[in-house]
Every structure is written in C-alpha cells, then in structure tokens.
Design a protein around this ligand. Sequence first.
Ligand code: PNS
Length: 205
Amino acid sequence: MKRVKAIYPGSFDPPTNGHLDLIERGSKIFDELVVAILRNPEKDPLFSVTERRQMLESMTTGFENVSIDTFNGLTVDYALRVEAGAILRGIRAISDYEYELQMALMNRKLQPGLETVFMMPAEKYSYLSSRLVREVAELGGSIDCLVPELVAQKVREKMREKMDVAHKFSAAESAERESERETPERMAPEAVTLERKTRSRKRKS
Ligand code: PNS
C-alpha cells in the first residue's frame, strides 16, 4: 500500500493547543507527518526558530510518526525535497478559508502533484491563534488553556525578558535626560547670572 507523507508548514510562533490538535489529527491520517517551521528572516518573531523547534519537539514526543523540521523558500519546494505528497493546513473559521484557498491554489499551480489537505481543529480552538496568544501574554492575560504548559512557561519567560529590557531602557533614558538637565553647576557663569536675574524680575512683577 502507498504510504503518504505530509508536511504541516507554518510559523508556530508560538505553537498552540490548536496546532497540537491538528498535529494529532494529521498523525492519524498520514503515515508520516513533518511539522515544518518556516525560517522567515523578514518577520520579527517572539521565539527563535530553534526555540520553536524545541517546543514542538517536546510537545510531540508522544507521536511516533511526527517529526519537526525547518525550511526556507517555497513550501512546495520543501515538500518535494522531503518527498511529501501532501500539505496539511488547518482551517478554523470561514475567515481562514479565503487565504488558505489562495495559498492552496497557488501551491497547486506551482506543483500540481502536491495536494493540500485541510483539517479543522476542535471547535474550542476555533478562536485561537499564535498572534492572539502573543497579544494576550504581552498585555498580562493568562494563556494557560491556550498553549501547552511548557510553551506557557517559555512565553512567560520571554515576557519577563522583554519587561526587563524595557525597564533597563527606560531607566537609561531617564538617566540620560537627567544628565542633560541644566543645573547651576553645569551652566556657564554668565548664564547662571542671567537666569537668576530673570527669576528675580519674575518674582517682583
Ligand atoms: O503559520 P502561518 O504563518 O499561517 O504559515 C504560513 C506558511 C508558512 C504556510 C506560508 O507563509 C508559506 O507557505 N510560506 C513559504 C513561502 C511560500 O511557499 N509562499 C507561497 C505560498 S502560496
């Protein structure tokens, strides 16, 4: 019987429970499933590709036919390179459909032999996206039921790192402003005299 290998390409920044749900479903219908993280230098990701890879590897240890990889360039070229016959993508809501259809048809145009298979994650994840997870975490909301615990921990660490950097930056800015402030000790003697005269005139008037 023909064995079907599929790739599940995406950004996974960070991987969510919705991704995991789709990986589980995909692992049941494909003989082999490769979760492929796009290495996209144009984006400013929260997690490096290595961090995302580590998280996905930990999340999928229970699936024997699932592996994690990274790729650059066209998804169809990567699929050919790893000899996959299908691309797995998730559709959560109608709003996903237009973009996904466009991508699937473009991929078919580029590589007619490659099929895109759409699967729906569980309904409870239909509102879930990596972008929203990042936004909720950045604004201090709980992401506990949205991502696996190990991902939640990593996101919290990242947020703490970002806060530390922001605090250091604003402290450095305040220090710089303070150092630029004109105090009598830093002013030229003529300027000090002029300022004192102006102040005394203001008091009198
Ligand atoms: O998780 P995402 O960000 O929705 O994944 C989008 C992804 C990585 C599947 C898509 O951007 C992609 O395939 N990029 C690789 C470049 C490519 O093949 N572009 C043409 C697609 S029509």
